[in-house]
Ligand binder design. Structure first.
Ligand SMILES: C[S@@+](CC[C@H](N)C(=O)[O-])C[C@H]1O[C@@H](n2cnc3c(N)ncnc32)[C@H](O)[C@@H]1O
Length: 346
């Protein structure tokens, strides 16, 4: 029998689009039940209806709800009944600021996680800690409120290729002061989500569309990549300084992406990035044209969805990317994304 409730976590401010997305795609089969900022549970209306594992691009984590737990003993009881196979324990905060989570919040999570781990082990529950996460791994999600007296929310999901391996989809990366823009954080989070942070990118070439003032380029140069950036705007001088210090190449073509001379582009592009602040119907054909010329092996695209009408077309834009991008294509709303989603391909 299907468990009657599902849960989703999301970015602060994405609750309305998450609700619209799920209402549209599940035609009333899932209805909102319990809501807190960045967190919604859903009632499965028909007993025979089995929702897919991932409910929405706007849900950073989604899974089966086990409900609220006032004590760790209650939580352990649920976990014991759930399965005999090893589980991965993910303890993470419900409220997540877009520029990263404070060290004090992670310390609170770590203390709680250590306590839950101890009690689960004492109860004979096996924990999986080996890396990397494998398809089908069972993850126990413990979602923690802002106050210590708030009950813990408990759910579970199965790890799959589109999932975030970090608890809550929240890599422990904070925005350094020295970087030119918060695009640095978005790029680092995208790399971690896809596991591409483990790749040795030294000496490879990246093409960065909409590169100014330079946060994402800065991250790529730090990883030893050569970067060709396209933007009508100015770069922060620290970008060129970093390229020189790293002994890598940074070129800036001050032109609009739609006016690029395609024949002059490098031929061996490992990574194509786009963070141009134009609406998807305008920018996607431009990226398609450039990708057709360079055949980049991997893509990281930030798709701007600045109005509800554009948000409601997110699936259409992701499908459009599937038409010309290397497979597989995955989309999510990263913790550092604002009114935008991150689409990765390759
Ligand atoms: C959100 S910012 C990009 C931030 C950048 N990725 C970083 O790492 O700092 C959007 C950029 O898109 C650029 N842009 C807008 N239209 C463009 C176009 N047609 N071609 C290239 N760049 C464009 C803007 O000049 C702006 O710098």
């Amino acid at each position: 029998m299907n468990t009657p409730f599902r849960f989703t976590t999301c970015r602060a401010g994405s609750e309305p689009v998450l609700k619209r997305d799920i209402a549209t795609h599940f035609a009333g089969e899932l209805t909102p039940a319990f809501m807190k900022p960045q967190f919604i549970t859903w009632k499965v209306r028909s007993p025979g209806f089995s929702p897919p594992r991932t409910l929405s691009t706007f849900a950073r984590v989604s899974g089966i709800s086990l409900g609220l737990c006032k004590t760790i003993a209650e939580l352990v009881d649920h976990a014991r009944k759930l399965t005999t196979k090893p589980i991965r324990l993910h303890v993470f905060p419900r409220v997540t600021p877009e520029d990263g989570i404070e060290a004090a919040t992670w310390q609170r999570m770590d203390v709680l996680e250590a306590e839950i781990t101890r009690e689960l082990q004492q109860a004979g529950v096996q924990l999986e800690t080996r890396l990397p996460d494998a398809h089908g791994d069972l993850v126990l999600d413990v979602i923690v409120g802002e106050k210590d007296d708030e009950p813990l929310f408990l759910g579970h999901h199965e790890h799959q290729a589109s999932s975030h391996a970090q608890p809550g989809g929240l890599p422990r990366i904070t925005l350094p002061e020295a970087v030119p823009s918060r695009a640095w954080l978005k790029l680092e989070q995208a790399l971690v989500w896809r596991g591409w942070d483990k790749l040795d990118l030294r000496g490879h070439t990246a093409l960065d569309l909409g590169c100014a003032p330079g946060g994402a380029t800065y991250a790529l140069l730090q990883r030893g990549m050569n970067v060709l950036g396209i933007d009508t705007g100015e770069m922060n001088p620290s970008v060129l300084q970093l390229a020189q210090a790293q002994g890598v190449r940074f070129d800036h073509w001050r032109t609009a992406a739609g006016r690029l001379n395609l024949t002059a582009l490098p031929q061996d592009v490992s990574l194509l990035l786009c963070d141009i602040n134009l609406a998807p119907p305008e920018v996607l054909p431009q990226i398609a044209r450039i990708q057709d010329a360079v055949q980049a092996r991997r893509l990281i695209l930030t798709i701007k969805l600045n109005t509800p009408a554009l948000e409601d077309r997110a699936h259409e834009f992701i499908d459009a990317v599937r038409d010309w991008a290397p497979a597989p294509v995955f989309a999510t709303q990263l913790a550092a994304n604002r009114r935008e989603i991150c689409v990765c391909a390759g």
